[in-house]
Ligand binder design. Structure first.
Ligand code: HEM
Ligand code: HEM
Length: 239
């Protein structure tokens, strides 16, 4: 029986995603999941018929409280990630999110060729594989960050009248600026779906790259480590 051997290259384990990036990632994913679920319940409360005395059942109030508490965690987490974009390593730095160089823009074209048009390379050119985020992924995270800003401004704008604290009050101009609560709430609701669409594409591409590149793409957001070709480490002064 013929055994199929694929060429093994010399890989080294390298820490790419520092702990704050991983903490941000999973706390952000958890917050968005909780905010979307409680948000949809707020948008269309199910008529729960219970024999309990209505004044004693406070489940909707609890759902709203969970939404608002998670909103504060979501905001604090985003602020922590911005801080780490200036404090962290090369791969978590804010420059890694903007295609400022010609090489970065070529990388976007390469990723579109591989991810979107599903073209395969005759021979794997390891230089084309990004050690950190590829610039197409980075671009999607910038869009996600702008979406998070929309949720924070519209959400705290809606919340300003309901809260006695100074922070939401900073946003009480938002509904008036957007022409009223209806548009503010609709923007907040529609953005939720954009988060969901992002997540579906994101998880698919993370698993696709894990399969395509075989360097621990998915688990890297848990362990922090990726496997990088030895030649690459010798050439790349960021590693
Ligand atoms: C900083 C973040 C956020 C704040 C301060 C916030 C605040 C609010 C407030 C005040 C409401 C209206 C509650 C009511 O009418 O009783 C609301 C509704 C909602 N929120 Fe958020 N939210 C935030 C983030 C998010 C995020 C990230 C999502 C989803 C990914 C989300 C999804 C929703 C949805 C779907 C609704 C229902 C909108 C509707 O009535 O149609 N929220 N949120
Ligand atoms: C609600 C769900 C999710 C959201 C909103 C989300 C969002 C993000 C964001 C913003 C980043 C950039 C991290 C940074 O540089 O700070 C990222 C990276 C990453 N995420 Fe997620 N994520 C989600 C779910 C997942 C899941 C389920 C996985 C499964 C393994 C995953 C794996 C990864 C990986 C491996 C990276 C680094 C990929 C790269 O090199 O660009 N994510 N994600």
């Amino acid at each position: 029986m013929q055994t199929i051997t694929t060429p093994t290259n010399d890989f080294k384990r390298v820490l790419i995603w520092e702990l704050p990036v991983r903490l941000f990632h999973w706390l952000n994913a958890l917050c968005i999941t909780v905010l979307a679920i409680t948000g949809f319940i707020i948008a269309d409360p199910p008529a729960i018929m219970s024999s309990a005395e209505a004044s004693e059942s406070y489940w909707f109030g609890t759902v709203r409280a969970i939404h608002f508490i998670t909103a504060y965690i979501f905001l604090a987490n985003a602020i922590m990630r911005i801080y780490w974009a200036f404090r962290g390593n090369y791969y978590s730095n804010w420059r890694a999110f903007l295609p400022l160089s010609k090489k970065a823009r070529q990388n976007i074209l390469h990723v579109i060729k591989i991810d979107v048009l599903l073209q395969n390379e005759e021979e794997e050119v390891y230089k084309n594989i990004s050690v950190g985020h590829n610039y197409m992924a980075s671009f999607s995270y910038v869009i996600l960050f702008l979406l998070a800003l929309v949720q924070i401004f519209t959400g705290f704008g809606l919340y300003a009248d309901m809260s006695g604290w100074w922070l939401p009050k900073l946003f009480d101009w938002v509904p008036a600026f957007l022409g009223g609560d209806v548009l503010t709430r609709s923007l907040h609701h529609i953005s939720t779906w954009l988060f969901i669409i992002f997540t579906i594409i994101h998880v698919y591409l993370v698993f696709y790259h894990d399969w395509l590149e075989g360097r621990g793409e998915s688990s890297a957001m848990i362990s922090g480590y990726k496997f990088v070709r030895k030649e690459r480490i010798e050439k790349d002064d960021h590693i």
